[in-house]
Design a protein around this ligand. Structure first.
Ligand code: HEM
Length: 261
């Protein structure tokens, strides 16, 4: 991993103090701090339905309270845009984030900010791409349904007759029931539970499709044995692999689930 120059504040400090751009034992030490922080977050909290940017629930889970959340999300987005380049325009945003997390320019503070910054764009684009794909699927299903409704008159007549039959059956069914209201209520809530878990499964399989076909992170960078910085494809490994693999995978999936509910 190409290492940034040391810096005492701003985005330069963040890049020089996170695990992401460190190597060897320094990477391992910082990564351990990150993993401990991740382990302290309950994915169940992130899975709860929310509107807005996925950084907000994650920041709350890391101890940020209202009303700071809105500004934290805005500053994290700025820091995320400058994370790879080190553009100093992001310095004030990073310095504000340091104050939110206690004001010390140390590895623990950097780890808090790193989690938010790493989560920011990748999670937001996974949510966005999944939503786009789901609305494409809904449009296709709708068109299929439309086509099914505009069948030949014979077809329609047959459908009509079978609808009639269905209605009669239902009426007979209802007449036979002792406690129709009770039965109807149970039926409806069972149906709802089944529909919800079906919807949930459909949504999460669309997420998997996006991760397979259109992942948010396509490549990463490493230093080759000659000291050159090279791009390494992450094809088939949307969360990376090995000692640098994403430690936030489970939290990312929980945030995606919460956003799509
Ligand atoms: C869909 C969302 C996400 C995707 C696709 C993703 C993907 C990745 C990938 C591919 C890497 C490895 C980069 C490399 O090998 O150089 C990585 C690293 C990392 N990710 Fe994620 N990530 C996501 C969300 C998150 C979230 C939500 C968090 C925090 C809760 C997070 C925290 C991290 C951290 C801290 C690293 C650096 C690990 C290290 O330095 O060893 N990521 N991520």
């Amino acid at each position: 991993m190409p290492e940034p120059d040391p810096a005492s504040n701003g985005i330069g400090w963040l890049r020089a103090t996170v695990s992401r751009f460190a190597n060897g034992p320094v990477h391992a030490r910082r990564r351990a701090i990150v993993e401990e922080l991740v382990a302290g977050v309950d994915p169940g909290d992130l899975r709860r339905p929310y509107a807005g940017h996925p950084v907000a629930p994650l920041a709350r889970a890391l101890g940020v309270t209202e009303p700071a959340i809105v500004n934290v999300v805005a500053d994290v987005r700025v820091a995320a845009a400058a994370y790879q380049t080190g553009d100093t325009a992001a310095d004030p945003a990073v310095d504000r984030l340091v104050s939110v997390f206690g004001g010390r320019y140390d590895e623990a503070t950097a780890a808090h900010i790193q989690l938010l910054v790493q989560a920011c764009d990748a999670t937001a684009s996974l949510i966005e791409r999944t939503r786009t794909r789901m609305s494409g699927e809904r449009a296709r299903t709708h068109t299929r349904d439309e086509r099914a409704r505009t069948h030949t008159p014979d077809e329609r007549a047959r459908t009509h007759t079978s609808d009639e039959r269905a209605r009669t059956n239902t009426r007979d069914e209802r007449a036979r029931t002792h406690n129709p209201d009770e039965r109807a209520r149970t039926h409806t809530s069972d149906e709802r539970a089944r529909t919800n878990s079906r919807d949930e499964r459909a949504r999460m399989s669309t997420v998997d499709e996006v991760l397979r076909d259109d992942p948010p992170v396509l490549a990463t960078r490493r230093v080759d044995p000659d000291g050159n910085v090279v791009a390494v494809s992450l094809s088939g490994m949307p969360f990376g692999a090995g000692p640098r693999a994403c430690p936030g995978r489970e939290l990312a999936m929980a945030l995606v689930e919460g956003a799509l509910r």
